[in-house]
Design a protein around this ligand. Sequence first.
Ligand code: FAD
Ligand code: UDP
Length: 405
Amino acid sequence: MYDFLIVGAGYAGSVLAERLAREAGKQVLLVDRRNHIAGNAYDLYNDDGILIHKYGPHIFHTNSKEVFEYLGQFTEWRPYEHRVEASVDGQLVPIPINLDTINKLYGLNLDSFGVEEFLKKVAEPIEHVRTSEDQVVSKVGRELYEKFFKNYTKKQWGMDPSELDASVAARIPVRTNRDNRYFTDTYQAMPLHGYTRMFERMLAHPNIHIMLNTDYRSIEGEIDYKEMIYTGPVDEFFDNCYGKLPYRSLEFKHETHNVSVFQPAPVVNYPNENLYTRITEFKYLTGQEHLKTSIVYEFPLAEGDPYYPVPRPENQELYKKYKALADAMPGVHFVGRLATYKYYNMDQVAAQALTMFKKIMGEKQEEHHAAADRATVQLAHSFAMAHKMRTNGNGSALPHEYLEH
Ligand code: FAD
Ligand code: UDP
């Protein structure tokens, strides 16, 4: 009998497995349908012995001391500040757009004050910034928007920036100084021996049992557990009963080259007609020394493994319906990027999981009462039955007030 069945061994599932086992003494079964732990942060040594990130570049950065120190129990850190160049008008220039970007692109020699004036002149005032197009055009004007954002975003998301929430492009700041770091967070570092090693140490506890190559649906009738933590796509959990939520996928093309350096920056973005969005050279990220070098191209796709929720109002509306259903399912906790349909970075998912741990522990004292309408509660009930949950020992996941009499 397990206290928790945890679906997914990425950040969300692994942080919770660690906390529940080590801090709360719970028995945990952690399953993943992939053949490895660490979710999308999984890294491995390829045939040439170079450490690569299977699912694209993962750079750790956070402002949360709590998250940094928590993960620091399982890894040493290698200080690393990420830098990205964009291929624009036949040359490589820094992105986020900064003083050097403007000067290089336009052959100018402006100082910070001059760049501020420049941007003030080209920026288009927009009263209500709603979309990613609004976001960029209101800061740097249409020309720079078209050079750096329009095509990259169209490729990455399969839609025009005018159809995407402002929050997507707002991830990329605009600077009038020479700071060319991609992130400005307080803590910026890579796990010294890689993400997978960090996850291995996190999960090395006698109360944590791991099953890989296992979809939870194939075992949930076979095992006894009290509660579930689910970190996969939320719509899939509910058999897409309200329709499928849109996700964006990627194809990763990994290559190893017989040279020690492939490109002059860790990542080069291609905001142009190429089918890929960016190329990453891993040795910059990991600090590894090797005679050869490994890179990855990212080709965006509509179909395939879901990697990104797509932030736009209609998707949020649909997600809200799933969220109401999720909230009405006592005994199942939804955590993580796809389970809560949020464009979260690794540190945000780790923080969300730590908060969920505290909530679960708090709930143990205080019985949970979901506030949902009757139809949603009934639907949740039928899903709980379908998942054969045994959270109160009588074959039902739901408290008595939810059961049909
Ligand atoms: P995941 O890592 O997706 O883990 C969920 C797991 O659940 C998966 O392993 C999946 O196999 C498993 N699962 C799903 N359904 C089932 C099922 N039915 N049965 C069993 N198992 C199941 N973040 C950063 O902070 N910095 C970066 O530089 C960065 N770069 C990124 C680059 C790319 C290309 C992508 C796609 C993401 C990037 N991220 C980055 C985001 C980061 O990957 C996520 O925030 C984080 O990995 C999410 O963790 P998670 O546990 O929510 O989900
Ligand atoms: N973006 C862009 N051009 C760039 C970099 C980013 O248009 O050179 C936009 C694009 O829409 C992208 C978003 O900003 O999806 C967020 O970029 P980020 O690098 O944070 O994406 P991620 O690493 O999450 O894929």
